[in-house]
Design a protein around this ligand. Sequence first.
Ligand SMILES: *Cc1c(COP(=O)(O)O)cnc(C)c1O
Length: 470
Amino acid sequence: MKTMQRVLDNLTEEIKDYYNNVSDIPLIPATTAQEIREHLKTNYSFDSPIRLEELTNQVRRMLRDWTLHANHPQYFGLFVPGTFLSSIIADALVALYNPQLGVWTHAPGACEIERFTLQYFLRTFGMPEKTSSANFTTGGTEANLSAVLTALIKYFPEYGDNGMRALEKQPVLYVSEEAHHSFLKIGQLTGLGYKAVRNVPTDDQFRLDFDELKKMYSEDCKNGFAPFMVVGTAGTTSGGVIDPLPEIADFCKEHNLWFHADAAYGGAAIMSEKLKQCLNGIEQADSITCDAHKWFSVSMSAGMFFCRHDKYVKEAFHAGAAYLPETVEGTIDAYGTTLQCSRRFIGLKLFMSLAELGKKGYGDFFQKQAALGDILRQKLREAGFKIVNNTPLPVVCFTHKKIQSNEITTDALLERIYANKEFWISSTKLKNKIPVLRACITSFRTESNDVENFVKTLNSIIRESKTVTV
Ligand SMILES: *Cc1c(COP(=O)(O)O)cnc(C)c1O
């Protein structure tokens, strides 16, 4: 009993200390795979037991030293958020109770908490509650896969029983060239094939080029393909750019196509009265992907899949299993409407964060981060950088005339930012060819002075780069 007390006290101390003082921890880990592997080999033969108290302390240290800390206020990185305390508590409770959400009778409380939370988002996104389906997923990839599978079942009923080869025509779907790479994996997983995922070029704002879509669609029809879906990305992974959703919605309606909105990151904007206009059109989607583990700032992994047609979701995922208990009238067993069978209580962290902050709290938080994005853009411009992307979301892609004139490369600049150790940003290639630096406001700890200091540091790196040949 005393040991348990000490372990838990230490853990509480650790949570408090990390949560309150993460800005004092080195942001970027200074280590190598070799160092970590050696350490593990030396300390964990698994031949003799280690006391939990000591073990907890060892693991705590490994995670502190060997993590790129997305919680840090000067992490301007990928869509990895700082995690709210509510989310940390939720995950601990989930591990404690370990409810199995695959079958309703095993976890009535957890299943209904998830359902309640998801129905809130169905309403918020403008989908009818009664005939829609909504589920938590491991992430955006699973949600996007669920969308493609469900759409395939709707348009090609024989796909379910007899597979792709039973189809007369090759189905194809359209994503922009800036869409998430998960669609390529999905092409392979569903049997569609890589090539069935058509990459529509983007316009000069990096949005899906609507005229190109129309051209590709009619070419495909002429050539005997069977188009069934268009994906509009709301917040591209590289540039945070939002595709022309209303136009895509109308086009899909006109041609009887499935409109999927991949709002893995940007969907969060729906919570803000000020920002949600950028998602106009999403209320017409047949299905939506929205990740809670991105802008909503809960811990991984937590995605959401919403679909207007519960009928096709049930058809896509139905499976009888004699070893599972019978379904209770008026409830849903998630093993029959989703990919997973054993299901973690993913939704609790979003339920708790939403209940703690409230809609306005979340909306204000997103607006604050969007405003920090605006400050970053403004400071970068003042310092002579050029902003390349156009979005109301706090994702900033930028370059500099020294990069454009080949005096320094983005890679060399990035290396120097990492060597400075105070900030972390990433780089990407827009349209798969235009190299840019990419900074995203993701930590709720980030304040305007972090943004200003970042631009100052960047400025001095650029000035020094005069003397260096690359
Ligand atoms: C991150 C992302 C995904 C994939 O989501 P995961 O949760 O990482 O699986 C899909 N689409 C977009 C636009 C994303 O940014």
